[in-house]
Design a protein around this ligand. Structure first.
Ligand SMILES: Cc1cc2nc3c(=O)[nH]c(=O)nc-3n(C[C@H](O)[C@H](O)[C@H](O)COP(=O)(O)OP(=O)(O)OC[C@H]3O[C@@H](n4cnc5c(N)ncnc54)[C@H](O)[C@@H]3O)c2cc1C
Ligand code: FES
Length: 279
């Protein structure tokens, strides 16, 4: 019988520093270790899904896949906040980790074809959105406007800086970036991410919105999107809750009757409205 808690083995192929406390890890299968979910070196997943990553001797934690399934590399981007994340940050190229997944529902990629897509990200919350952004950019003709609103505490904390520059150079992407606090060199918007809503015009009838960021940001962004006129079923938030098993067994991750690991982590506002004081 398959043991759902048994991780498969992977190795770290590359580590890239994003900020002082965020790193992006490119993962690869460990050859000869009986991999089943890397298919021809490629794991099958939907943007928005997550992996349970284990550091042997320390523990396991969930992380969104930050790369797109249309790209060769499998990546996760991790902020160092505690024991597992700090142990991951200490790992080097070639070292072995455990992986389970992919888990969760992912973004509704089939329903959004032909629409304007608005992304609203905060801090490391850009990680799962990046997976969907790059997926959409690799299938660009299937979508209308792509608008990305991204905020961080300060310029140093912006993740994927090179990629942000690349998106900014594209004529078919509208990118607006803000920081809560600028430095001497910062010439762009200063303020929380919702202050960027005044700078864009969105046709709510044609748009879907995807939101991911710190829990405190999400209700404010949803409120702003509702004011713009987006229907509840067109607003999706990627929610983080404490998770253990990742597969609907332990009950750690529920919001009311919903399990974040099974029913989420991507929820429409229609689904979560009224389930928690936060929404
Ligand atoms: C579906 C999902 C996707 C995620 N994707 C990413 C990602 O792409 N990148 C990333 O950096 N992080 C992501 N996280 C958060 C990540 O799982 C936590 O940062 C990690 O579990 C912390 O483990 P730790 O052992 O390092 O921290 P601990 O030592 O366990 O705790 C350190 C601190 O972090 C807090 N904390 C721990 N886990 C969570 C949590 N799930 N939510 C809120 N606070 C928490 C604790 O209260 C404590 O204050 C995701 C979480 C979920 C549920
Ligand atoms: S993490 Fe165990 S039920 Fe969701």
């Amino acid at each position: 019988m398959k043991n759902i808690y048994l991780p498969q083995l992977g190795k770290i192929k590359r580590v890239q520093k994003e900020t002082s406390d965020v790193k992006t890890f490119t993962l690869a299968p460990l050859r000869g270790a009986g991999f089943t979910f890397f298919l021809k070196e490629k794991i099958k997943f939907i943007p928005g899904q997550f992996l349970e990553i284990s550091v042997f001797g320390t523990g396991e934690a969930p992380f969104s896949i930050s790369s797109s399934p249309t790209q060769k590399d499998l990546q996760i981007s991790i902020k160092d906040v505690g024991s597992v994340t700090s142990a991951l940050h200490n790992l080097r190229k070639g070292q072995v980790i455990g992986l389970r997944g992919p888990f969760g529902n992912g973004f509704p990629i089939k329903d959004i074809r032909g629409y304007d897509i608005l992304f609203v990200g905060g801090g490391i919350g850009l990680a799962p959105l990046r997976s969907l952004i790059n997926y959409i950019l690799d299938k660009r003709k299937n979508f209308e406007r792509i608008i990305i609103l991204y905020g961080a505490k300060n310029p140093e904390e912006l993740v994927f800086k090179d990629e942000l520059k690349g998106w900014e150079r594209r004529k078919d992407v509208e990118l607006l970036v803000t920081v809560d606090e600028g430095d001497g060199k910062w010439k762009r918007n200063v303020g929380v991410v919702t202050t960027l809503f005044e700078k864009i015009k969105v046709n709510p009838k044609k748009a879907f919105a995807f939101v991911c960021g710190p829990p405190v940001m999400i209700p404010f962004v949803i409120e702003g999107l509702v004011k713009i006129g987006l229907k509840d079923e067109r607003i999706f938030a990627n929610l983080e809750r404490y998770m253990k098993c990742g597969v609907g067994k332990c009950g750690h991750c529920n919001i009311g009757p919903k399990y974040t690991c099974l029913d989420g982590p991507v929820f429409s506002y229609k689904e979560i409205k009224g389930l928690s004081k936060e929404f």
